[in-house]
Design a protein around this ligand. Sequence first.
Ligand SMILES: NC(=O)c1ccc[n+]([C@@H]2O[C@H](COP(=O)([O-])OP(=O)(O)OC[C@H]3O[C@@H](n4cnc5c(N)ncnc54)[C@H](OP(=O)(O)O)[C@@H]3O)[C@@H](O)[C@H]2O)c1
Length: 289
Amino acid sequence: MDNLNGKTFVVTGATGRQGSAVVRHLRQAGAHVRALTRNPESKKAKQIAGLGAELITGNMEKPETLKTLFQGAIGVYSVQNPYTSSFTAEIQQGKNVADAAKIAGVTHLIQGSAGLGKKTGVPSWDSKLEIEEYIKSLSLPLTILRPMAFMELITDSSYYPMASTFHIMPKLMGADKKVVWLAVDDLGAIAARVFAAPDKYIGQDLKLTSDLQSINEVRALYQQVMGKKPPHFPMPEFMFRMFTGDDLIIMWKYLRTATLDITPESTLAILPKAHTVRTWLAEQKPKGL
Ligand SMILES: NC(=O)c1ccc[n+]([C@@H]2O[C@H](COP(=O)([O-])OP(=O)(O)OC[C@H]3O[C@@H](n4cnc5c(N)ncnc54)[C@H](OP(=O)(O)O)[C@@H]3O)[C@@H](O)[C@H]2O)c1
């Protein structure tokens, strides 16, 4: 990906899971990365700076703080988190980033999205549609990336809401229903490849997965690879709702009956070495899970 060498990209959510993976892969490809954070003094921000990214300080909810930060950038990776802000704030943040990108004349915006690209009634998917519609109304050159379930949910106890992966999710969705998995790091690698080939990917709406495995299949893989049963946190639905709100409950009930037309082929065409759940688990094992 020599063609990213020295080119400037802004990454929002850069201290978060998606953003940090995107920063990592853009840096590996030789790009100059401006990593947006509200707090450049945080431990995570310092780790990102350690990758050779330039920390830029701004708040996606305050457009005036973004004004000059995007000048000279050719690409922007934009991601927001409704679970740590709110759905209304997520939408406003996404629109503010798009406005800043438009003003700066950015030639490629990748929106880190989710869902199916149509109205479903799932709040965290429908909010993203509103951001996407806004970006399109600005005629910004856009690629939409739609991961659905990150493999980190299987292994990372700090991953919100990992506690639910082996309990509430299968209860609501069905333990034999295929889950559409992708590792966050692979999302970062895919974003870098998409930025490297704008002519190919601008205008595309990419539903991403590198492996389809039901929770029952993941349980079996976990046992095979890790040599023990996956963690189990029994929790009644009402308590889960108290902690997390309605969104994931609505999402998993929706997925119980939804027909998903998402297969790994198109993702593997972009990133042939993307993880399967088995290779993901094998990589996590030495970390002593
Ligand atoms: N969990 C899944 O399986 C899954 C699957 C597909 C899609 N998604 C989507 O992934 C998204 C979350 O991505 P993530 O996990 O990468 O999020 P994350 O780890 O929570 O990171 C979000 C980052 O955004 C920054 N941020 C938050 N509010 C900000 C503001 N007002 N201005 C500037 N920066 C702000 C924070 O950085 P600072 O604190 O440094 O400012 C934070 O590090 C959600 O939209 C979710 O729907 C999740």
